[in-house]
Design a protein around this ligand. Structure first.
Ligand code: COA
Length: 155
């Protein structure tokens, strides 16, 4: 449960995007710029500080994807990620989407745990997505991140 009183809201026009936070979830600045231009960027605020980010994008008809989600490192593990996912579910329902999707690396074991706890089911694996799409090799939890695990939730 999250005991911190946070506010989640859409980023305002002209307000700076929390790129540093987005980089925690995605090492590609190019991809971050692409989807933060075309998607909906939400921020989580705690006492005037931006401590979380959520980017949603309509990827297919009736489908919204969480393309970036991140919580500042010093406040991770306090339930803010779960709140952001619940917020994404509520937004997707409000926007009449039928499916909410999220993708993560094969090495992101805690993220896989979190997403399944929140109700996502694994729907597919895109083999070699990260080795193909990212210039630098990514290692996490002692293994290479190669494959994209796709998860989805029917709303
Ligand atoms: N050990 C065990 N479980 C862990 C864990 C760890 N080190 N880290 C996360 N979890 C799991 C637990 O299941 C926990 O659920 P519980 O409260 O029922 O035990 C849940 O995740 C934690 O949820 P929460 O506190 O809401 O997550 P968070 O605020 O730390 O946010 C992320 C989760 C993934 C957004 C955050 O850790 C983050 O920003 N990570 C870096 C960026 C990133 O990887 N983004 C996702 C890319 S796909």
């Amino acid at each position: 449960m999250c005991s911190m009183e946070i506010e989640i809201r859409l980023l305002k026009d002209g307000e700076e995007r929390p790129i540093e936070l987005m980089l925690l979830a995605d090492p590609s600045l190019k991809k971050i710029h692409e989807y933060s231009n075309t998607g909906q960027c939400y921020i989580a605020k705690y006492q005037d500080e931006t401590i979380g980010v959520l980017v949603l994008k309509a990827t297919h008809p009736d489908t919204i994807e969480i393309v970036n989600i991140a919580v500042r490192e010093d406040v991770q593990g306090k339930g803010i990620g779960k709140k952001l996912i619940q917020y994404a579910i509520d937004q997707a329902k409000d926007q009449h989407a039928k499916t909410l999707v999220i993708g993560t690396g094969n090495s992101s074991i805690y993220q896989l745990l979190l997403y399944q706890k929140c109700g996502f089911r694994i729907t597919g694996i895109e083999h070699d997505y990260f080795t193909r799409e990212y210039e630098e090799e990514i290692y996490e939890n002692g293994i290479q991140c190669r494959d994209m695990i796709r998860l989805s939730m029917e709303l």
